[in-house]
Write a protein that binds this ligand. Structure first.
Ligand SMILES: *Cc1c(COP(=O)(O)O)cnc(C)c1O
Length: 460
């Protein structure tokens, strides 16, 4: 144990010296006492000092069947004995072919082609470029050069993804670098035009979308949406039928629909892909986060045959999608993804999820009575608990108080890792979480909320 502590101290020193953490105020980070994860086991993370934590954030929304899942471990090892990497440029490889076939059988009807990349942002970037190029390939003189996206959207951190995204704290500094997207309101989002309840909000948002499509449709290459749930916006849950309405309108006005299922894919919402809940088939679908069960960076953009065919060009004038990343179709990643999908089938993961989803619903319902819980939103095993200063007036906490951050630190002291999005505590456990673990997760978060928001009242 002593040796362990000494080594932990060394790693902490080196981390402060050399590691630049993502989305992190490094000024604060270097003053903090970082937790350094050394091992994982099921739904738990174990740090360099031997402390255990429940992974309530699925290591940033990626872990599906838990850490060190035997089937995935073995699939990677088996692939490693053959080859770790070979390119898809000018060659093909075994697991990338097997996985493409598998994804097509699982995906909403009509998606027949799989374009690989490395993470959510690159999957989105590929979809945006595909949609743009597709419009040009179909009609040289097309005016379809714009994208339509939703308020509160998050589509990754590359310049294209940020351009269609709209979370000010992430985007504002880079605004001059970004292209301007048209914006339609996402129901219940912080800028929703009608702060009324369902179905008014849904109808108003779809009316606004229709209005934009009617006026600007001929200029719009594609509309991009996070189906069912805007994740990074703070788990904003769209009302039933909204996605279907968006699909109907985009189809009517000849605008492609890109479904960014990066967060909502691979079971999180209770279906394999969120679009299934409303029987929607998009023209392009982006997958990443849970794709390898949380093991390796791998992503895919799925497209319809119609889009794919437009890139063939003609015999005299052949065309191509001039886009690709070095690790495209990495065999280790694809082998992990195949194992991930096999587990869904073999262990009937989606079926077994239902009682857990209902349990989480019950547990979160109890949160509503807490003095500073403004809202609770859940879809499958994706949930957000929004904390507010004044419940009646829906008045948020002052930003500087960083209440969400403090609640998560308090939870960490109690052995639970969760992360806030502003003052919304995100609860996104691995699908393999047990009922007992789910109860512990909710209990700790509840205690932490009471502790931190209780203090706040005292200070005033
Ligand atoms: C996380 C996320 C992305 C970006 O994925 P990265 O792998 O972080 O690049 C894109 N879209 C959505 C909806 C996401 O949740």
């Amino acid at each position: 144990m002593k040796l362990k502590k000494a080594n932990s101290g060394r790693l902490k020193r080196l981390d402060r010296l050399h590691v630049w953490h993502p989305f992190t105020r490094m000024r604060e980070w270097v003053e903090s006492d970082p937790v350094i994860i050394e091992r994982g086991e099921g739904c738990h993370l174990i740090d360099t000092e031997g402390r255990r934590y429940l992974d309530g954030a699925s290591s940033l929304w990626v872990i599906v069947h838990g850490h060190r899942k035997k089937t995935i471990d073995e699939a990677i090892k088996k692939q490693l004995d053959k080859i770790a990497h070979s390119t898809l440029l000018g060659l093909s490889n075994v697991p990338s072919i097997e996985l493409a076939e598998k994804l097509v059988t699982l995906a909403p009807k009509g998606l027949t082609r799989v374009f690989y990349s490395d993470d959510g942002s690159t999957a989105v970037e590929s979809a945006l470029k595909m949609a743009f190029h597709y419009s040009k390939a179909r009609d040289k003189n097309t005016r379809k050069e714009k994208f339509l996206a939703f308020t509160g959207a998050y589509h990754g951190d590359t310049l294209g993804g940020m351009s269609v995204g709209e979370i000010d704290v992430f985007v504002e500094r880079y605004r001059p670098l970004l292209f301007k997207a048209l914006r339609a309101p996402y129901p219940y989002c912080y800028r929703c035009p009608v702060k009324k309840k369902y179905p008014d909000c849904k109808i108003a948002c779809l009316d606004k979308l229709k209005d934009i499509l009617e006026r600007r449709g001929p200029e719009i290459a594609a509309c991009i949406i996070e189906p069912l749930m805007e994740g990074a916006a703070g788990m904003i849950s769209a009302p039933p039928g909204f996605l279907k309405g968006v699909r109907r309108l985009t189809e009517k006005y000849g605008v492609l629909l890109i479904a960014d299922c990066v967060a909502t894919g691979f079971g999180r919402t209770g279906a394999m892909f969120a679009c299934e809940h409303e029987g929607v088939s998009p023209d392009l679908m982006c997958l990443a986060k849970g794709m390898t069960g949380g093991y390796l960076p791998l992503a895919a953009t799925l497209s319809t045959e119609r889009i794919y065919r437009a890139f063939l060009g003609t015999v005299k004038d052949p065309d191509a999608f001039y886009h690709g990343h070095t690790y495209t179709g990495n065999p280790l990643g694809c082998a992990a993804a195949l194992a991930n999908i096999r587990i869904f089938e073999k262990e009937r993961v989606l079926e077994k999820m239902h009682p857990k989803v209902r349990l989480l619903e019950r547990l979160l319902n109890e949160f509503r009575s807490l003095g500073h819980v403004g809202d609770v939103r859940q879809r499958g095993l994706m949930a957000g608990v929004e904390l507010v200063k004044d419940k009646k007036m829906k008045e948020p906490y002052p930003f500087q108080l960083r209440i969400g951050h403090r609640v998560c630190l308090s939870a960490r002291d109690k052995g639970v890792i969760v992360r806030p999005l502003g003052d919304t505590i995100v609860i996104m456990p691995p699908l393999s979480i047990t009922a007992g673990e789910l109860k512990m997760l909710a209990g700790v978060i509840r205690d932490s909320i009471e502790e931190v928001t209780g203090q706040e009242v005292c200070e005033e």
